[in-house]
Structures are given as C-alpha cells and as structure tokens.
Ligand binder design. Structure first.
Ligand SMILES: NC(=O)c1ccc[n+]([C@@H]2O[C@H](COP(=O)([O-])OP(=O)(O)OC[C@H]3O[C@@H](n4cnc5c(N)ncnc54)[C@H](OP(=O)(O)O)[C@@H]3O)[C@@H](O)[C@H]2O)c1
Length: 431
C-alpha cells in the first residue's frame, strides 16, 4: 500500500528521517506493508549540500507546494518555529491531510486550536517527537493511560541542561565551563538560551500536563526558572546530603487545580530520576491505578527523534488507508490552572552571612514572621566566609518567596546566594 508524503524541513531530524525512508525504506515496508513515497521536501536553501540524495524535482523552497501537492496525502512538519510552520500545519489539516510534527514550540502555543482543527477535519495530528525526542510518552499519555487518573508528571525533558548539571555534579565543573563543553560536543546550540533558561522544557511540560490532565495548559502558564544561576557549591552540598540537582518539569493535578513548573530541584539520590545522566531524558508518571511509570531514553538527536516521527507517520498512514474518521488525541475539558505562588514547595537556601552572635536568631525570626518553618539549618565556614544553609518544611511558594525577600533586606545577610526547590521531604544533614 502506497502513501505519498510531503516533508517540511530537511535538517537534523529531516535528514535522519529521509535516511530511514530512502536508505532503509525496505525495512519499513517489510514490517508494515506500507510503501512510503517521499513526494516533496521543503527547504530554505536549495543550494545546501544534503546528507541524503533525492531526485532534483523533490526539493522545493516553497513549503505551500508540499502542502498542496495532489500526491502528498500526509504532511510531516519538521522545520521548527511557530511561523510559518503553524499556518502550514493548519492548511494541511484544513485540506484533510494528516499531519505529523516534532514541533514543541508550535504545539505548546497553538496545540489546542490545531487539535480542534484536526478533529473537525477528521484526520490525525500526531506529535510524539515533540516531547522527549525518541521516548514514547505522548502515545502512552493519550492512549494507554487515556482512561486513568494521573496525579503527577515529573520529567527531565531537556538533555542539554541535564548534560551540564551532570558535568557540574560529577566533575565539580563551573556552569560556564560545562556549558562551553556541551557546545563543543554538540549537546548545546551556539545560542543555548532556550535550553538553559528552561523555555524548551516549559513548552514540553505544558504539552505533558495538557495530555495528562485533559485540560489545556498553554506554554506561558508554566512557571519557569533555568539553570544559569546554579553554582558548583550547591551541587557539592546536594551530593553531600545524598541529593542531586536536576532541572525538573513538574505537573501536578489536585482538587485545587493544575500546577505546572520547570525549575532546578534537589532530587533524592535514590529517586529514579536521579540516575538519569548526561543527555538522556526521563518522564515519571504517577496515578492511583498504576502507581508509577518511568519512561527513559534519548530525548533528542536526529535518529532517535526521526524514529518517533516515523512511528507517527506509520500510524497516520494506517488511519488514512483505513479511511476512518479519526478521534482527536484528547478532548480538553475546562479546568483551573493555578499560579505557582499557590503551590506547596520545600526550599533549600544558601545565605552568605556575617559571622557574629545573634545572626541565626535574626534569620530564624524572618522565617517565623512569614510562618515558614525550618526543617534543618547548619553552617559552613567562618568569619566573612560564613554560610548558613537551610531547608524548610513544605509551605506555600508565595510565603517562601516573601521570606527570601525579607532575608535580602536583613543587614546580617550579605547575599541570598541560592534558592533551590526540593523534591520530597528534604534532607537532614548528618552534623
Ligand atoms: N534536533 C533534535 O534533536 C530535535 C528533537 C526533538 C524535536 N525536534 C524538533 O524538530 C523540528 C526540527 O528540528 P531540527 O533540529 O531538524 O531543525 P533544523 O536542523 O534547523 O532543520 C530545519 C529544516 O527546516 C528547513 N526550514 C526552516 N524554515 C523553513 C522555511 N521557512 N521554508 C522551508 N524550509 C524551512 C531548513 O531548511 P535549510 O536546511 O535549507 O536551512 C531545515 O532543513 C523542530 O521543531 C525541533 O524542535 C528536534
């Protein structure tokens, strides 16, 4: 059975996908019985050298030609960005063509509208590769667990930041040196902002939360903090306490509402996410019926991402050939998306303080005034280098922030050097 496809983009993912389809095409057809025929591929620059050779008339600089070509029955969007990708995807869906995309930026901003459009047109819109590259997580959330209550999704969904934090923890490297090495090895882009600021992980967190809880969470509703201010000192202290620091995407659903956030987090060393090293990604899903599920693997890279894209292409092609009206991956219900300020969080704080009697009492007084209770407190160094380390009990995030703000104005506190959230009950140091 033949299916004509059009591909928007021939970069890292497009090159790997075309390698699979053109150079390894026979294995796709042997396993699935589908003859996937690449009809048109859109690029920005026809003069670039390509990793897979295609007949001259297949490449075009006009992406609309791909969408509108009469022999293109299914469109694969792997060009990235929101514009013009969003309008091209919408045009394909309106024309009744199934779409497969790897574009997290697009799905986290316009996913609700595009999923509704796909439902109206009765065709699939599949985006397995948009979150955690090669790890199957979208299909488990939208199909396998479709009938289940999901309470929480925790994930390491950005390989660049996980690589940097692993380097810092294991080799004591400072942030700038670890980032430079990640760039040299191709794990980080020349402009790493989207990764290190947490924006990339936030887009993925929004998609995971929307699918897990069945309520649309737009990307801009995700509280986001990156890893730029993580210091080697905190990674060392975390290690001494039996913790690691990870950039976690956290999505929680409670009676009060949905809370989605991305921030560096102290994770106990015996938590399944603590052992996820380097560029690997992992997503941990919790619910009352199935307890805990862990999905892990390569979160990016041409070949793993193309695997996820090809799986969606096969799925969409089967639906197309069956001629069935396709149900949407999810029907969103209204729900309450909360501000992070109302979440309950546990904090680790590192305060640079003057070394004189009464400092601890003043610091403790600020916590008391804000009704935040301290779980443990201990001191490192002396004289001008004195550092006070504190872990709080779980409290409202807004109150924790008010405490940090008040500490900044205390004359015995030189600097609130670090504020990092803690997963679980928090460490108790062995002093
Ligand atoms: N790379 C990964 O590991 C990875 C992992 C998961 C998801 N994704 C997602 O997959 C998508 C593609 O990523 P990528 O890394 O493959 O990107 P990329 O290497 O930058 O490739 C983008 C491709 O799209 C083409 N393109 C861009 N704008 C175009 C336009 N206006 N008209 C025609 N062609 C255009 C480019 O053409 P030229 O080649 O002529 O410049 C290039 O071939 C993104 O949404 C990304 O978020 C990537």
């Amino acid at each position: 059975m033949r299916v004509g496809i059009g591909i928007l983009g021939f970069g890292t993912v497009g090159g790997a996908l075309l390698h699979k389809l053109v150079n390894e095409g026979s294995s796709v057809s042997t396993k699935t019985g589908l003859e996937i025929d690449v009809v048109r591929v859109a690029v920005r620059d026809l003069d670039k050298t390509r990793s897979v050779s295609l007949p001259a008339d297949v490449l075009t600089e006009d992406p609309m030609e791909v969408v509108n070509h009469p022999d293109v029955q299914l469109v694969v969007e792997i060009m990235g960005g929101e514009d013009p990708a969003g309008d091209l995807v919408a045009a394909a869906l309106r024309a009744g063509k199934p779409v497969v995309t790897a574009n997290k930026a697009l799905i986290s901003s316009r996913g609700k509208e595009l999923i509704a459009l796909a439902e109206k047109s009765g065709v699939p819109l599949l985006f397995e590769a948009a979150v955690a590259g090669g790890i199957p997580i979208i299909r488990p959330l939208s199909e396998t667990l479709a009938g289940e209550q999901i309470d929480r999704v925790l994930g390491i969904v950005n390989g660049t930041t996980n690589y940097i934090l692993t380097k810092m923890a294991e080799e004591g490297a400072e942030y700038k040196a670890a980032l430079a090495e990640a760039q040299e090895l191709g794990y980080a882009e020349a402009d790493p902002t989207a990764d290190v600021s947490g924006a990339d992980a936030a887009a993925k967190a929004a998609i995971l939360a929307s699918l897990a809880f069945g309520t649309w969470v737009a990307g801009d509703r995700v509280y986001t903090e990156g890893i730029e201010r993580i210091d080697a000192t905190d990674l060392r202290i975390a290690g001494e306490l039996g913790y690691v620091i990870k950039l976690l995407a956290v999505a929680e659903n409670s009676e009060a509402g949905i809370n989605v956030r991305v921030h560096p987090t102290f994770v106990p060393a015996d938590h399944p996410l603590a052992v996820i090293r380097g560029a690997t990604n992992a997503v941990f899903v919790e619910g009352p019926s199935f307890d805990q599920l862990l999905f892990a693997g390569p979160g990016a890279g041409g070949a793993p991402t193309a695997t996820a894209v090809l799986g969606d292409v096969v799925d969409a092609a089967r639906e197309l050939l069956a001629g069935a009206q396709v149900a949407p991956p999810i029907r969103f219900q209204p729900g309450r998306v909360l501000d992070f300020e109302s979440a309950s969080t546990t904090w680790y704080l590192r305060l640079e303080v003057v070394d004189r009697p009464g400092v601890l009492a003043q610091v403790a007084g600020v916590f008391g005034d804000n009704e935040v209770s301290i779980k443990s407190v201990w001191q490192e160094g002396e004289d001008d280098g004195a550092t006070l380390l504190l872990v709080t009990h779980a409290h409202n995030e807004g109150r924790q922030r008010a405490t940090a703000q008040a500490l900044r104005s205390l004359d015995v506190v030189n600097n609130v050097a670090a504020v990092i959230r803690v997963e679980g009950a928090g460490p108790t140091p062995n002093l």
